[in-house]
Structures are given as C-alpha cells and as structure tokens.
Design a binder for this molecule. Sequence first.
Ligand SMILES: NC(=O)c1ccc[n+]([C@@H]2O[C@H](COP(=O)([O-])OP(=O)(O)OC[C@H]3O[C@@H](n4cnc5c(N)ncnc54)[C@H](OP(=O)(O)O)[C@@H]3O)[C@@H](O)[C@H]2O)c1
Length: 245
Amino acid sequence: MTEGSTTNGAASSSLLGRNVAVSGASKGIGLGVARLLITHGAHVIGGARDVSGLEVPGAEFLTLDVTDEASVERFAARCVGAGVDALVNNAGVGVFKPVEAITPEDYRRVMDTNVLGTLLLTRALLPHFQARHAAGQSSAVVNITSDVSARTFAGGALYTASKYAQRAITQALAYEGHAYGLRVTEIRPGMVDTFFADSQPGEAHKAAWLKPEDVAGAVLYALSAPAHVRVDEVLLHPVVQDVAF
Ligand SMILES: NC(=O)c1ccc[n+]([C@@H]2O[C@H](COP(=O)([O-])OP(=O)(O)OC[C@H]3O[C@@H](n4cnc5c(N)ncnc54)[C@H](OP(=O)(O)O)[C@@H]3O)[C@@H](O)[C@H]2O)c1
C-alpha cells in the first residue's frame, strides 16, 4: 500500500484539513500514526527528543522532550499556531524489573515520560481546545496507554503503574472535557513490534506482534469517528498474545 491510498486502493480524505500533534513521532507507533493520518489527509506536527533526518511529506517534526516544561511549551506554541484539533500522547518508555530492583532513577524516567509528559503536553494544549470549543470547533485527545493499563504482571510494577496512571488521567480528562466538547480516547495495544524497551523492529520473536500501523488504525478510527461519536477506549492484541483483559 502506498501513501495516499487505502487498503482497497481508493484515496482517502477523511482527515483532510485536520492538524494533529503526535508526541514520540520519530519512530515506532508514533511514526506509524503520523504516516497513516497523513495518508488520510491530515497535517501532522510530530515531536521527539531526536528528530534528525526525519522527512515525511505532510509532517513537520520538532524537538520535544515531554518531561521538560519549556520544551513542551515551545512545541505546544507551534501546535496552537498551526491550529491543531487533536493531540496524540504517544511518547513513552518502559523499564521492566522486579520491585526490589527498581531505582529512583528508573521511577523518574518512566513516570516523568509516561505520566508527567502526558499531563504537561495535554495541559499545554487545553486552553487552545477550550478556545476552539468557544468558536464552535471540536477537539480530541488520544492517549496511547497499553493493554496493561488495567492489569499487571511480574516485572511490570513500574511500567504498569505509569500506564494505570495514564488511564486515570485519560478518564478524568474525559469527564472534565465533557464541558467543552473534548473527545478523549484511550488506545490500549498489546505487544507491538517497535524499538520499545531497547528492542529492534523485525526481531524474529516479534514476527506475529501488532505493527505500528495496526495501532495507527485505531487512532484513525477515533479521530475520524462522526462528530456525535466518542470512542472511549480501544483494546487490541495480536492474535498470538495470551488473551488477557
Ligand atoms: N511496543 C509495545 O509493545 C507497546 C505496547 C503498548 C503500548 N506501547 C506504548 O506505545 C508508546 C510508543 O511506544 P513504541 O513502542 O512506539 O516505542 P519506541 O519505538 O521506543 O518509540 C518511542 C517514541 O517516544 C519518543 N520519546 C521517548 N521519550 C521521549 C520524551 N521524553 N519526549 C518526547 N518523546 C520521547 C521516542 O523518541 P526519542 O527517544 O527521540 O525522544 C520515540 O519517538 C509508548 O507510550 C508505549 O508505552 C507500546
């Protein structure tokens, strides 16, 4: 499939005129989201700490460290200038250790990126989304959490704590955003073949895992839903993953 076409070969413009901010857009799921949304007509403003060498027609990439308030404010200012109508909080890291091995540095890295980062970037764009509502325009926030945002496992204490927290933030924001027409979605993928946790895409044991474009499809579904529809949550797994809810 080439950019600008859909699986049935037809051009799609379901997001034409839309401007979407994506954090962690330099690789993995975030880059897959950026690519798919562009294919469907959106302009994407993507951020990551290292955006060197990234060239995707339809996207602009800016340096963004979601743990750094000043960096977030700079990124958000460009997003507001571009009139973004949606934010995809995707930037995230994972550290997997038994409880007795978790260090304060591990804690700060994971919680600052996954939880504080989600809070800072969302907070920076909410006044803009509220102003859009006052002008009769709707906006959306899509948070990429995980299938483990509501369950845990041995070695997963820190990562799943961050994902439970992201889920709580997502749901609280949905209640708060109701007042200004904000549509809030949690995307909960199972195992995805990316660079996550210092892995490499294409490793043999990941052959049957979800691909970034599978998760991107869920984001597209949420962002292109009819105006009266709010997609609260999407849980998706590769067929080979043990069924776990
Ligand atoms: N892979 C999986 O199996 C899986 C499953 C469920 C959920 N998820 C979630 O999906 C999201 C994306 O993960 P992925 O699998 O695509 O991982 P990835 O391939 O490692 O990509 C992570 C992205 O986040 C960016 N990032 C990391 N720290 C950042 C920071 N402080 N500020 C801004 N950007 C930052 C990275 O760029 P820089 O390093 O250049 O900043 C990169 O663009 C994460 O939230 C993860 O928890 C992943």
